[in-house]
Write a new protein. Structure first.
Length: 233
């Protein structure tokens, strides 16, 4: 059984008399431990889909089975537990707490889960052991994003969701961050979903889901993902 099964997922937003269909009849499967990329232009519906997978939003219709359980049917309380225990998030703009050190930012996440990873070991994993006492403002963009990755991974999530994780970074730093995400995934057996509008980055996925105009345009199996060192954009 696939770890994620999205079946006919649709999300409509209604504002006044205007209806926007952000996701229309979306279906795909993801195996446990896969890295998949969701590729599409601005406004295609990628973030909407990621929010639904992360339990931050509910679809209007359809099923979102995670490990066999339909989270589309979850109550608000069940969704909170799911987000807390099972999901790590990485966003374009890091979202670190500015008055906490790198270590404290990571600790914050590890404290709310049962099965957290060791904070110092996780900082080592992202190559930031020696910056643990620094505040976000004392770190570069790439380092801040690595703290955000450590924070997400420290929860030991089953699912890591990344929304344009390199969107605010330069080319070289962006590649380092992708490498950290990939290494983290391979070492922890997380399932990873990366949203991007960048076709070159999408090639790091074991599966590339092309989304356009709210719909799945194609699903490309990618048995030989491009090594990050070889990705160029
Ligand atoms: N809360 C909302 N209320 C109304 N419309 C929304 C809402 N969230 C998203 N939309 C609309 O749904 C569509 C898809 O948006 P979404 O943010 O999912 O796209 P995206 O592919 O992630 O785009 P981007 O790459 O620019 O972030 C857009 O037309 C957007 O305006």
């Amino acid at each position: 059984m696939a770890y994620i099964e999205v079946k006919h997922e649709t999300r409509k937003f209604i504002q006044g008399d205007q209806e926007t269909i952000a996701n229309h009849d979306i279906s795909f499967n993801v195996d446990r431990g896969q890295i998949i990329t969701i590729l599409g232009p601005s406004g295609a519906g990628k973030s909407t889909l990621l929010n639904i997978l992360g339990g931050m939003d509910n679809p209007t219709s359809g099923q979102v089975l995670i490990d066999g359980t339909d989270i589309a049917q979850f109550t608000a309380k069940q969704l909170t537990t799911y987000r807390r225990q099972d999901v790590g998030f990485i966003f374009q703009f890091y979202n670190l707490v500015p008055n906490l050190t790198a270590r404290e930012n990571v600790e914050l996440a590890s404290q709310i889960t049962h099965d957290a990873r060791d904070v110092d070991e996780t900082l080592r994993l992202v190559g930031l052991a020696d910056r643990a006492k620094n505040f976000p403002a004392q770190l570069s963009g790439g380092e801040q994003q690595r703290v955000a990755i450590a924070r997400a991974i420290a929860k030991n999530p089953k699912l890591l969701l990344c929304d344009e994780p390199t969107g605010a970074l330069d080319y070289q730093t962006g590649k380092q961050v992708l490498q950290v995400i990939q290494d983290g995934a391979r070492q922890t057996d997380m399932t990873v979903i990366i949203v991007t509008h960048n076709g070159a980055i999408a090639k790091m996925g074991d599966q590339i889901i092309h989304i356009n105009d709210a719909q799945v345009q194609s699903i490309q199996q990618n048995p030989q993902p491009t090594p990050i060192a070889d990705i160029e954009w």
